[in-house]
Design a protein around this ligand. Structure first.
Ligand code: HEC
Length: 155
């Protein structure tokens, strides 16, 4: 490479880095030590179904965007989020999965996050993913959504 090319390349790399950190701001997400890694894990492991921006698709996959943290307001919802097959069975270790789930909640649904939100720990994830939901997940999900609906009506 000629010397003249380098400043341009450096500028491009710095612009990319700045863009990435601005996108992940606010930097302080509870239970997310490395937001950049969580974002990449989401892209590699989740986005194929849940789509960019967690918008889901009408036919097969529920949206995470503006929805996912609602589950934290009903009994059993916290456990459910870590036991759905896409989460429980992903090939990430417990700490990385805890970080990814914490990131997913705060990135896609900050508006519904409970004020006293407690991030998932690696230990909690380890326990919950030992019992992945199977066929019963549709019924479990339906009853949680009914409970969420009750909450909304009461508000
Ligand atoms: C093969 C497609 C697929 C992949 C990959 C996938 N999911 Fe899902 N996800 C689903 C479907 C379908 C549901 C609805 C529950 C069910 O039937 O499993 C769901 C449900 C969820 C839920 C519960 C919210 C709800 O509305 O049910 C969360 C949270 C979630 N996924 C997060 C993730 C994360 C994080 C990843 C990546 C580690 C991921 N999913 C990977 C398809 C997928």
């Amino acid at each position: 490479m000629t010397g003249a090319g380098r400043p341009l390349l450096l500028a491009a790399v710095m612009a990319l880095a700045a863009g990435a950190s601005a996108q992940d701001a606010p930097a302080a997400m509870a239970g997310v030590a490395n937001p950049q890694q969580a974002r990449i894990d989401y892209i590699l492991k989740c986005q194929g179904c849940h789509q960019p921006e967690g918008r889901g698709d009408i036919a097969h996959t529920p949206p995470l965007n503006g929805e996912v943290a609602r589950f934290l307001h009903v009994t059993g919802g916290r456990e459910f989020l870590a036991r759905v097959p896409g989460v429980a069975s992903v090939d990430l270790d417990d700490a990385r999965l805890a970080q990814l789930l914490n990131w997913t909640l705060q990135r896609f649904d900050p508006g519904n996050l409970p004020v006293d939100f407690r991030p998932y720990s690696a230990g909690e994830i380890a326990q919950l993913r030992r019992h992945p939901l199977r066929l019963e997940r549709e019924a479990t999900r339906a009853s949680l959504i009914a409970a969420i609906g009750e909450n909304v009506r009461r508000d």
